[in-house]
Write a protein that binds this ligand. Structure first.
Ligand SMILES: [Zn+2]
Length: 253
C-alpha cells in the first residue's frame, strides 16, 4: 500500500505545474505527500508589474509555495535553501550550485525521514532542458539507489505519444498517463498562489488565464524497479489506474 510519497522539485511551482493534479489525487486517497524543494526560486521573475524586489523574491516565493502546498494537501515542505541563479542573457538557465554528494545525502535523509514508498522527481532531460531539473534528477536517482528503503522511483512529465508538449522528457516514455481534469480546480487553486509567476505561465503560450496554462495530462516513467514489459504493477500504478490513468503504449486495452 502507498502511504508516503516524496516529491522533489527544483523551484517553487514545479510540483504544481508538473504534477499538481496527481498530488491532489494522492491526498484525496489518504496518501501523505511530502515535498522537498531545492531552492526558493529567487532567480526567477517578480511578476508584471513586479510584486516585490529581487531581494524579497525568495521569501515571497516560499510563501507562495506554502500556499500551494496547503491547496494540494501536502503534509510537509522542506526547502533545502540552495540559491537559484538569475536567468542569463538570451534566457539562458543555470543549475543551482551544490556539492553533489551533500545534495544526495540530503535527499536520502528526506526519503528516510518521511518513510517514502514512492519518490517522484524531474525527468532526465529536465523537462524543457532546465539544468537545475536535470541536476536534481541525477541526485535523486543516486539517493534512491543508495536508500535502504528501496522506494519506487518515478519521474514526471514523461513523453506521451500523441500529445504534443515541449515539457515532455523525450528520453522517458510514459508508463502511465492521467487525465487530471477531475482535480483541475485544486491544481488551479495551487497555481493561483504563485502570483509572481502568473505572467510567466500565461506568456509562454499567449494565454489569458492561469487555468488555461494548466496541463490536463500528467504522466510518469518508472525507473525503479525497471519496467520489463507491459505496464508497471505497483501500488502507485494501481492507484493511478483506478483513477483512470492509461498506459500509453497499450492504449485501448
Ligand atoms: Zn523548475
Amino acid at each position: 500500500m502507498l502511504k508516503s510519497v516524496l516529491v522533489i522539485g527544483a523551484h517553487p511551482d514545479d510540483e504544481t505545474m508538473l504534477v499538481g493534479g496527481t498530488l491532489a489525487l494522492l491526498h484525496s486517497r489518504g496518501v501523505a505527500v511530502h515535498l522537498v524543494c531545492a531552492t526558493r526560486g529567487e532567480g526567477g521573475e517578480m511578476g508584471e508589474p513586479p510584486l516585490c524586489s529581487r531581494e524579497e523574491l525568495g521569501a515571497v516565493r516560499e510563501q507562495e509555495l506554502r500556499c500551494a502546498a496547503r491547496q494540494l494537501g501536502i503534509a510537509s515542505v522542506r526547502i533545502l535553501g540552495y540559491t537559484d541563479p538569475l536567468v542569463g542573457p538570451d534566457e539562458e538557465l543555470y543549475p543551482f550550485e551544490a556539492d553533489f554528494d551533500t545534495l544526495v545525502e540530503q535527499l536520502r535523509a528526506a526519503i528516510r525521514e518521511v518513510e517514502a514508498d514512492l519518490v517522484l522527481t524531474h525527468g532526465r532531460d529536465g523537462e524543457y532542458g532546465h539544468p537545475a531539473h536535470r541536476l536534481l534528477h541525477r541526485a535523486t536517482k543516486a539517493a534512491v539507489e543508495h536508500s535502504t528503503r528501496q522506494p519506487l522511483f518515478y519521474t514526471f512529465a514523461a513523453r506521451v505519444p500523441g500529445i504534443e508538449d515541449h515539457i515532455w522528457n523525450d528520453s522517458e516514455p510514459a508508463h502511465l498517463a492521467l487525465d487530471v481534469r477531475p482535480w483541475l480546480d485544486i491544481k488551479e487553486a495551487a497555481a493561483l498562489c504563485y502570483q509572481t509567476q502568473h505572467a510567466l505561465f500565461k506568456r509562454r503560450r499567449n494565454l489569458e488565464t492561469v487555468r488555461e496554462a494548466l496541463r490536463t495530462t500528467e504522466s510518469f516513467h518508472r525507473y525503479l524497479p525497471p519496467v520489463r514489459e507491459g505496464y508497471p504493477q505497483d501500488p502507485f500504478a494501481d492507484l493511478l489506474r483506478a483513477a483512470g490513468a492509461w498506459v500509453p503504449r497499450t492504449r485501448g486495452t
